[in-house]
Design a binder for this molecule. Structure first.
Ligand code: UDX
Ligand code: UDX
Length: 456
């Protein structure tokens, strides 16, 4: 039985995952180590450095008992029997495969630290999304030392979505564990299965070979993103033809073979995973001599780019072909509701394009302003931030709703309308608001996948 677990990387994946593991395994000592000391001290204080509903409660229940955070990664390696690796693997910005391939430098550095500091036999569990066959590379690094410790490498991709991370971890659709087919590989799989069976029904725990597991993670994200791009492509047709994308999504989603989820048309998908993982898949195909397959998946990202550009083009077109010096209130900059995360958020690109049109952009968001400030810059001409949506909309020519925060549907739009320049425009990038009602108030309303509701 495993008695001590270490997770390297205390980010959006490592922190919540280990809080839930610690909750269900009070007899196991769980340490989460990260090179970022500031992040570590936030976790240690019981106030997570990320916004995730329900996380603080789960964290505090085990913190200081069997859950600990540390900035001493090397020291923590020495006393762990099982090590999860959850460090970030961003898209490479330099050299071979720039813009596509994953940057594996943090991951390899972590593998080398494990090699150097592990004291006994260790099970290494890949949590970071990695291109297929990376576990093999990791194993080669471990073998190259020929040292005292033996290592088994497992792939255990995380499928949690931000904003619902705790519920996803508590009740996963499935847990996937890939390992070697050797007896020692199977024994390592069994050790990890025993941890998950504390709270996950056994029939939801799938085991496979390592490469199937790694590829499944890339494929799952590619399929999900593909559904979003597919419905977004349909939304463009709706806007031209008078069909309503919400009605179309409901009609096609009622077919059990298609299913109702992930058919919300919007301003485009964001988040740290979708684009990165599809580009990983594209790169994998290219380097495996499969250019046709690479092109197929690449179109999912291209459609996403098109959707963001189309949104801004529609704004410019509706507002008499000029946004210069017009105040535009951006409602929501997080890549989805219930998170403070702005990584790859479509709202960032929309803001940048609006600024390029010389608009006066005022960004509001319940959780993501600090992150958006870092991404967009502090002292950018024409850009401001405002925590109160009423203040953001005051004196504005237009509102662009880009994140579907529940509170944005509850605002007093009569009051907002009264304080805006006329004609007042509302661009709903998430089909989140009651467009008919807003139109009756006086707004000219442009919702994704709907014909214009305009008096102009
Ligand atoms: C990360 C990966 O990006 C994703 O591909 C994978 O599926 C899960 O892990 P996330 O948790 O969202 O996702 O990343 P992030 O919030 O950036 O956290 C990574 C953490 O690793 C950071 O806190 C960083 O400081 C830490 N890290 C990075 C290390 O501790 N050591 C390193 O060498 C590099
Ligand atoms: C995703 C996967 O869902 C998760 O399994 C994986 O572990 C990490 O990547 P995440 O990025 O946190 O999770 O959020 P998700 O809910 O999948 O949303 C991703 C993006 O797609 C968001 O920008 C969201 O707004 C967008 N989206 C999602 C749509 O535009 N329409 C939809 O119908 C669903």
């Amino acid at each position: 039985m495993i008695k001590s677990i270490l997770c390297i990387g205390a980010g959006y994946v490592g922190g919540p995952t280990m809080a839930v593991v610690a909750k269900h395994c009070p007899d196991i000592r769980v340490v989460v180590a990260d090179i970022n000391a500031e992040r570590v001290s936030a976790w240690q204080s019981g106030v997570p450095p990320i916004y995730e509903p329900g996380l603080a409660e789960v964290l505090r229940a085990s913190l200081g008992k069997n859950l600990h955070f540390s900035a001493d990664v090397d020291g923590a390696i020495a006393s762990a029997e099982m090590i999860f690796v959850s460090v970030n693997t961003p898209t490479k910005t330099f050299g071979q495969g720039a813009g596509r391939a994953p940057d594996l430098q943090y991951w390899e550095r972590t593998a080398r630290s494990i090699l150097q500091h592990a004291r006994g036999d260790t099970i290494v569990v890949e949590k970071s999304t990695l291109p297929v066959r990376t576990a093999e590379a990791m194993e080669r690094i471990f073998r190259s030392a020929g040292g005292r410790s033996r290592f088994e490498v497992l792939s255990n991709p995380e499928f949690l979505a931000e904003g619902s991370a705790i519920a996803d971890l508590e009740h996963p659709d499935r847990v996937l564990i890939g390992g070697a087919t050797t007896p020692s590989g199977q024994a390592a799989i069994q050790q990890l299965v025993e941890i998950y069976t504390r709270w996950v029904p056994r029939d939801r725990i799938l085991t496979s070979n390592v490469w199937s597991s790694e590829l499944s993670k890339l494929a799952a994200n590619a399929f999900l993103a593909q559904r979003v791009s597919s419905i977004n492509a349909i939304s463009a047709i709706c806007e031209r033809t008078g069909a309503d994308v919400v009605e179309v999504a409901k009609a096609i989603g009622a077919d059990r073979r298609i299913g109702p989820h992930f058919l919300r048309a919007g301003v485009g998908f964001g988040g740290s995973c979708f684009q990165k993982d599809i580009l990983n898949l594209v790169y994998l195909c290219e380097t495996s001599g499969l250019p046709e397959v690479a092109r197929y998946w690449e179109t999912v990202v291209q459609m996403n780019e098109y959707q963001k550009q189309r949104f801004v083009r529609r704004m410019v077109g509706a507002m008499f072909d000029t946004l210069a010096h017009k105040r535009i209130a951006v409602f929501g900059v997080a890549f989805k509701a219930n998170t403070g995360d702005t990584r790859e958020s479509p709202a960032l690109q929309v803001c940048r394009e609006l600024l390029a049109e010389h608009a006066q952009v005022c960004v509001t968001d319940p959780q993501a302003i600090a992150s958006a400030r870092r991404d967009l810059g502090e002292a950018v001409s024409g850009l401001s931030f405002e925590s109160d949506p009423y203040a953001a909309a005051r004196g504005a020519h237009a509102i662009a709703l880009l994140t579907e925060w529940a509170e944005y549907a509850e605002l007093d739009y009569e009051r907002i309308y009264a304080g805006m320049e006329k004609p007042a425009f509302l661009f709903d990038g998430r089909n989140h608001l009651d467009a008919e009602r807003l139109y009756r108030i006086g707004f000219n309303v442009y919702s994704i996948g709907h014909p214009d509701r305009s008096r102009l």
